[in-house]
Design a protein around this ligand. Structure first.
Ligand SMILES: Nc1nc2c(c(=O)[nH]1)N[C@H]1C(S)=C(S)[C@@H](COP(=O)(O)OP(=O)(O)OC[C@H]3O[C@@H](n4cnc5c(=O)[nH]c(N)nc54)[C@H](O)[C@@H]3O)O[C@H]1N2
Ligand SMILES: Nc1nc2c(c(=O)[nH]1)N[C@H]1C(S)=C(S)[C@@H](COP(=O)(O)OP(=O)(O)OC[C@H]3O[C@@H](n4cnc5c(=O)[nH]c(N)nc54)[C@H](O)[C@@H]3O)O[C@H]1N2
Ligand code: SF4
Ligand SMILES: [Mo]
Length: 747
């Protein structure tokens, strides 16, 4: 989609000019439109305000704001930060445009049309909260607390999530960050080393950085990218395993162009080769390994040749990778990954990654996996009550866990299936807070059916994204630049021997505009109306932050004096806990009915004429949430689909051709995008950036820009150990000029 200068775009770009010129002058002189509500009041002077914490993604870089009068004109990294420092990414920068986006939610709205085809009526907060409180209470009384489900994500969703889970007492809470993102990684590492791994790899000190499907550079978390770049500058070799020539692959020493879904076979062959040739870290395994003999015996099948055939890569390359890792051990950063909900065979792959780190002895050593030791702060929230497990959908009639290695919460699919079948009980109320389950969870039509059968749906958001079209009541939250909020804690980005720690509460940089409210206000008002006034733990976001700081002897005043971030001495990150062990063969996993040794499970292959749909991040967007941001839209207005150049040639396709898609179930994309032909992707797959193709006309910039990858994911795959989604088992054909183009198997 080419950039067009509409009035809307003009106003947005005019606000860029406002950095130099008061906005009212720009608007008045060039358009004759009345002055903006954001016009600075009083005497205009420039100032820098501290205490901002970014939430354009979930990494929470620390910010300062440049203000002219009341208006925020620029965001920068907080120079006091020992995390992101003065750097922020393109999305962080563009936070100013989220703040002043004219399409942002401003007032409580009631849907007087249909779910999915809303007609909005502006209502008062009083009416909106009364409606939410009475509807949710009604559902709780009729069906029990389990009749309410919740889809939360992000910092502001924690407080309401605790209310519904701990106080009201529903188990039916499903966080996107677990069930469609990193939950599998966390529980697989817990089953192997007893803790979740974060992305704690000491890349600055690594001799080798090993990335399996993590495309750092396109996926951007500032301090993480800094670590990675520092490692490369310090001479680390880079191994990238990816079916696509990603930004990371472009920097790599070895690019393993693996067949999608076969990574576990690759990892097992590396380990088998190292063990068979005595190239593994026997001392480490001897001291910290558990079940190593069973593991060793269980993977002997995985010769280089067998894996080479399965993964469609040269045996020589697997050997080269194994040799390089072995020669550089233990200073190797085996990245644990982050978005790992791929194929439904992911728990086993994540276990294999953890075992590979163990075989190399790369835990708690320079250049290896080294967990950050973050400072403690208070965690003021709703008190935990015991509601029993009777209605926990993850526990079956025999009192066994259906998904024994599920991350916290209830697997999304259990909630959706229960809502649709009414068995074992109805789910009739839905609270959505900072998540966009329409574009986040495979099975978009299923999600719509789930929402259709609800008695009540409420949604708290900042933008009119697609999920908001499904709400009965839609509440506008103040953005991360307008509210006090959770405290970001962390450690120095570069893993120095004695890491410093930091504590950075989110402090608003501007007052909330229009009628937007924050999460403590909204949750408390609903809680009061549901009869839970006596359980309310704090009265405002500010009080929550103050109390959490007070628990560690700090105050907001002090932190502001210190420049928005409190820095203190940290601990040596390389010290290993006393009882640390790497469980290579895990009996508990076997007792639960799954392979106790990491095991490769092949995935379904594309049917004839189809290619596998792969997706991922782009540097300038965060999923769908930034799609309406005028700066970011200009940077990447749609999501061109990557297709192998030889395949493209046989189909007569060229760069820039406009195409739509149809998937294996006959589902067509609603919108189109352009073609990007490249040798940098396998012939059996196509790739597109996730998050595009919004359907909500209220997003005047993002609507219909590019294609929504989730809309093409009608096949639902579940990882059997965790209950999390596998999302890369859908297959597509292209549609050009109304003709379906079958993808040749080979050319
Ligand atoms: N097809 C596909 N699906 C995916 C992925 C993928 O790559 N492809 N990635 C997966 C991963 S890794 C993740 S982490 C998840 C992310 O899944 P989501 O969390 O659903 O991601 P977003 O699209 O950012 O949607 C978040 C919603 O929160 C709103 N929001 C933003 N800021 C605020 C705020 O301050 N307050 C409130 N109340 N709302 C706010 C946004 O406007 C948006 O509607 O998606 C997963 N699903
Ligand atoms: N700019 C930006 N940065 C972000 C985010 C964002 O939205 N925007 N989101 C953040 C979040 S919440 C997360 S979880 C992370 C996610 O970041 P990552 O964990 O890096 O996940 P994806 O972006 O899904 O990565 C997709 C990569 O996996 C490759 N791939 C596909 N199939 C296979 C396979 O079978 N095997 C292998 N080895 N590789 C495969 C794809 O080609 C692609 O390069 O990014 C974070 N950083
Ligand atoms: S990585 Fe970018 S978007 Fe994410 S918190 Fe940092 S500056 Fe914000
Ligand atoms: Mo994620």
């Amino acid at each position: 989609m080419a950039f067009k200068l509409t009035r809307r775009n003009f106003l947005q770009s005019a606000s860029l000019a406002a950095v130099a010129l008061p906005l009212s002058d720009v608007i008045a002189s060039e358009t004759g439109i009345e002055a903006s509500p954001f016009e600075p009041k009083g005497t205009v002077k420039d100032e820098t305000v501290v205490g901002g914490v970014c939430e354009m993604c979930f990494w929470r870089c620390q910010l300062v704001g440049k203000k002219r009068g009341d208006r925020l004109v620029k965001l920068e990294g907080n120079p006091k930060s020992i995390d992101n420092g003065s750097s922020i990414c393109a999305r962080g920068n563009a936070g100013v445009q989220l703040l002043y986006d004219p399409d942002r939610l401003k007032y409580p709205l009631k849907n007087v049309g249909e779910r999915g085809k809303p007609k909005w009526k502006r209502i008062s907060w009083e009416e909106a909260l009364d409606e939410c409180g009475s509807k949710l209470k009604g559902i709780e009384e009729k069906y029990g607390p389990q009749g309410i489900c919740m889809f939360p994500h992000g910092s502001s969703a924690k407080y309401p999530m605790h209310f519904f889970e701990r106080t009201v007492g529903t188990h039916n809470v499903s966080e996107a960050s677990f069930f469609q993102c990193r939950g599998i990684r966390d529980t697989a590492y817990v089953a192997t080393i007893g803790m979740a791994p974060g992305e704690f790899v000491d890349m600055p000190n690594a001799k080798v950085i090993f990335l399996l499907g993590s495309h750092i550079g396109e996926n951007i978390h500032v301090s993480h990218v800094k670590r990675y770049i520092k490692g490369l500058q310090n001479g680390a070799k880079l191994i990238v395993v990816d079916p696509r020539y990603s930004a990371a692959a472009a920097k790599s020493d070895i690019w393993v162009k693996i067949k999608p879904g076969t990574d576990t076979a690759f990892l097992l062959a590396i380990m088998n080769y190292m063990i068979a040739n005595d190239k593994y870290n026997a001392d480490f395994v001897e001291e910290y390994g558990d079940g190593f003999d069973e593991f060793k015996a269980g993977i002997t099948d995985w010769t280089l040749e067998k894996a080479a055939k399965e993964c469609e890569i040269p045996a020589e390359q697997i050997k080269e990778v194994a040799e390089l890792l072995a020669a550089s051990a233990p200073s190797v950063s085996i990245h644990p990954g982050r978005h790992v909900s791929w194929y439904g065979n992911d728990f086993q792959r994540q276990r294999a990654l953890a075992c590979l780190t163990g075989v190399l002895g790369a835990f708690f050593v320079k250049g290896g996996w080294v967990p950050a030791k973050n400072p403690k702060v208070g965690k003021m929230s709703w008190a935990k009550k015991d509601h029993g497990d009777e209605h926990n959908l993850n526990i079956d009639e025999e009192e066994e866990l259906r998904f024994p290695f599920s991350p916290p919460g209830t697997p999304t699919e259990l909630i959706r299936d229960t809502a649709l079948s009414g068995k074992p009980y109805p789910i009739k109320g839905c609270v959505i807070w900072g998540q966009n389950p329409i574009q986040t969870i495979p099975g978009q039509e299923k999600m719509k059916d789930v929402l259709r059968q609800m008695d009540f749906v409420m949604c708290v958001d900042v933008m009119p994204t697609d999920i908001t079209m499904w709400a009965d009541i839609l509440l506008p939250e103040s953005s991360y630049l307008e509210r006090y909020d959770l405290i970001k804690t962390g450690t120095q980005w570069d893993f120095a021997d004695s890491q410093q720690q930091f504590i950075a509460p989110r402090i608003p940089l501007v007052e909330p505009m229009f009628e937007r409210k924050d999460q403590v206000y909204i949750t408390n008002e609903i809680a009061k109306r549901m009869g839970y006034a006596k359980d309310i733990p704090v009265n405002s976001n500010l009080e929550m932050v103050e109390k959490n700081l007070a628990e560690v002897g700090l105050s907001l005043d002090q932190i502001i004096k210190e420049g928005g971030i409190h820095v203190q001495k940290g601990e040596n990150p390389y010290s290993m806990p006393e009882d640390f062990e790497v469980v290579f063969y895990n009996e508990d996993i076997e007792d639960a009915g799954f392979p106790g040794i990491p095991t490769y499970q092949p995935v379904e292959q594309p049917p004839k004429g189809f290619a596998r749909l792969l997706y991922g991040r782009v540097p300038v967007h965060t999923f769908n949430r930034t799609q309406n941001n005028v700066w970011l839209n200009k940077a990447m207005p749609d999501n061109p689909v990557w297709i192998n150049d030889e395949i493209a040639k046989t189909l007569g396709l060229q760069d820039g051709d406009v195409v739509g898609f149809i998937n294996q179930d006959g589902i067509k994309s609603r919108t189109t995008t352009t073609i990007k032909t490249t040798p940098g992707i396998r012939k059996d797959s196509v790739y597109m950036a996730h998050g595009y193709g919004s359907a909500n006309p209220l997003m005047s910039i993002g609507v219909n820009a590019g294609v929504d990858d989730t809309s093409l994911m009608s096949k639902i795959t579940i990882d059997p150990e965790t209950g999390a989604h596998g999302m890369r088992n859908n297959f597509i054909q292209l549609i050009k000029d109304d003709k379906i183009l079958a993808i040749p198997a080979s050319v």
